[in-house]
Write a protein that binds this ligand. Structure first.
Ligand SMILES: *[C@@H]1O[C@H](CO)[C@@H](O)[C@H](O)[C@H]1NC(C)=O
Ligand SMILES: *[C@@H]1O[C@H](CO)[C@@H](O)[C@H](O)[C@H]1NC(C)=O
Ligand SMILES: *[C@@H]1O[C@H](CO)[C@@H](O)[C@H](O)[C@H]1NC(C)=O
Ligand SMILES: *[C@@H]1O[C@H](CO)[C@@H](O)[C@H](O)[C@H]1NC(C)=O
Length: 478
């Protein structure tokens, strides 16, 4: 009996020590206040958070929360960090040391760049990423944080490949093989982890022949046999392709962090709440079992992508890009998800969220669909707001033409904080009757949050450009 309980306790300790993390991005027109998000993280039992920058207000909110933090250096700062160790020292002083010593923020990792070797970047960051990594590491050591804070580079899974398509064929991508080797050795020498983002959804999105069932953890696709290992889901196979690549190059014991994993809920025919729940719950159940992958039995260290939807993200990768959250923009959970951390086994919504008034902007019944102003106004609204839930296979894809137009008008009106002038497409009107349908939600925006302390770099300029284009359009069209 004793050994059995001992083993169970030990196992659950191992699993709970690793815990589950969340990616917290801020590319939203109306981000929730950082304190609200930190409460949301705690209420849902997230023990770790991964950021994409080192926003002052975000870090202040995490102070004394106990939550482990990975701060990030955006790609556009890599050249500066690479240019000299002095720059890196300044960054570490302002964005790491100060928060650890003055604010009690539990910073454990610095993410240097974000998927810098993505093939779509055409090699832009190939020369700066490694020097930036070295300079940040040197700066951390100089600040006396060498043991406590580890560097890493969140990489896309396209930095490795397998010509045979089997995990055992895994090696670093040929065009960056030597660079990857040098980076991996540097990370290993400094006791730092290898961080990779794995996306079965993207595989399905770019390859219509990808076997859908293989994307999931409870899928019914026939297993892929690789020597003595048998793979029934893409995550395990992709992860083990990396393990083989590391092993082949002499780093078989290198710790791995899954920097991003998740499934979007809208903006594509395969992006929906059903699939997202199935994928994320499958992943959680998989890692909570503690059994790991065929090549790496044991706990998996991972950060879900992502916590909350971000309505200002670039849609270059696809319309799904604004819908990765397990929570909507307002902190409401999208689906039931058992993270193994709450008593109810369901996600807990954000508390004390302040909404704007219960009103919407819709196409006026007297307006004529044929009016040429309609198309102009819709494209203006969609360019400045968010129409990614319109289109084939999306949540609002079944609206009729009038519904479509209303959706676009309302999105713009809400993003403009329900400004009266933002519902004057000369074709629209304000209504207090919720135009939402069973599948399609016409949102009401939350109140704009203004950081109290240090100005946030992104939003005010964004607001300014929105206002500027609004004025421009008023001048030119109206
Ligand atoms: C600290 O991080 C913020 C946010 O990413 C950035 O704007 C700022 O320039 C950084 N500080 C230094 C000294 O590099
Ligand atoms: C990469 O190259 C392609 C083709 O030359 C170009 O269309 C694209 O804009 C480039 N992307 C970046 C980020 O430079
Ligand atoms: C609604 O808008 C979407 C995206 O702009 C478009 O693909 C679709 O055809 C529109 N539907 C109708 C009925 O106009
Ligand atoms: C706006 O609507 C009014 C009356 O409905 C019409 O007379 C006017 O021409 C419209 N303006 C524009 C710019 O379409």
């Amino acid at each position: 009996m004793g050994w059995f309980f001992g083993a169970v306790v030990l196992l659950s300790m191992l699993v709970s020590v690793s815990g589950i993390g969340a990616n917290w991005g801020n590319q939203a027109t109306h981000p929730l206040p950082p304190d609200t998000v930190v409460r949301l993280l705690k209420d849902n039992g997230f023990q770790k958070v991964k950021l994409f920058d080192a926003d002052y207000d975000t870090l202040r909110a995490l102070s004394k929360s106990g939550i482990e933090v990975m701060v990030g250096i955006p790609n556009d700062m890599l050249a500066t960090m690479a240019s000299g160790v002095k720059q890196a020292e300044k960054w570490v002083k302002q964005n790491v040391s100060a928060h650890i010593s003055n604010n009690g923020v539990n910073i454990r990792y610095v993410a240097v760049g974000n998927e810098p070797f993505l093939q779509t970047y055409n090699g832009t960051f190939l020369r700066t990423t490694f020097p930036a990594l070295q300079n940040i590491q040197a700066a951390l050591i100089k600040a006396g944080l060498g043991n406590r804070v580890k560097v890493t580079i969140p990489l896309n899974a396209d930095v490795y490949e397998s010509p045979s398509s089997l995990p055992s064929g895994g090696d670093f991508r040929a065009d960056i093989h030597d660079l990857m080797l040098a980076i991996t050795k540097f990370l290993s020498d400094n006791g730092a982890p290898f961080t990779v983002n794995i996306y079965p959804f993207i595989s399905l999105y770019i390859d219509p022949n990808f076997p859908v069932e293989y994307a999931f953890f409870d899928g019914s696709s026939s297993p892929v046999i690789d020597g003595s290992a048998s793979y029934t889901n893409m995550f395990d196979a992709n992860h083990d392709t990396l393990v083989w690549a590391l092993q082949k190059n002499g780093f078989g014991n290198m710790p791995i962090i899954i920097g991003e994993i998740g499934w979007p809920t809208d903006g594509d025919m395969n992006a929906n709440v059903g699939y997202a729940r199935r994928f994320n719950q499958g992943f959680m159940t998989h890692i909570l079992s503690g059994k790991g992958t065929p090549m790496r039995p044991g706990p998996v260290d991972a950060y879900l992508f992502s916590l909350i939807d971000e309505d200002a993200k670039s849609i270059d990768p696809g319309n799904f890009e604004r819908h990765w959250g397990a929570f909507y923009y307002d902190g409401n959970p999208k689906y039931l998800l058992n993270l193994g951390s709450t008593n109810t086994g369901a996600l807990v919504p954000a508390k004390n969220v302040h909404y704007l008034s219960r009103k919407w902007c819709v196409m006026s019944p007297s307006a004529n669909l044929q009016d040429p102003q309609v198309a102009l106004s819709v494209s203006f609204a969609c360019a400045h707001a968010d129409c990614t839930s319109l289109g084939y296979g999306t949540s609002c894809g079944n609206l009729d033409a009038r519904g479509n137009i209303s959706y676009a008008f309302n999105s713009y009106y809400q993003i403009q904080n329900q400004l009266d002038t933002a519902c004057r497409f000369n074709l629209s009107m304000i209504t207090k009757t919720d135009p939402s349908t069973a599948e399609c939600r016409f949102g009401i925006m939350i109140e704009q949050y203004y950081p109290s302390s240090v100005p946030r770099s992104g939003y005010p300029s964004n607001l300014f450009s929105l206002m500027a284009s609004l004025i421009l359009i008023l001048v030119t069209v109206w």
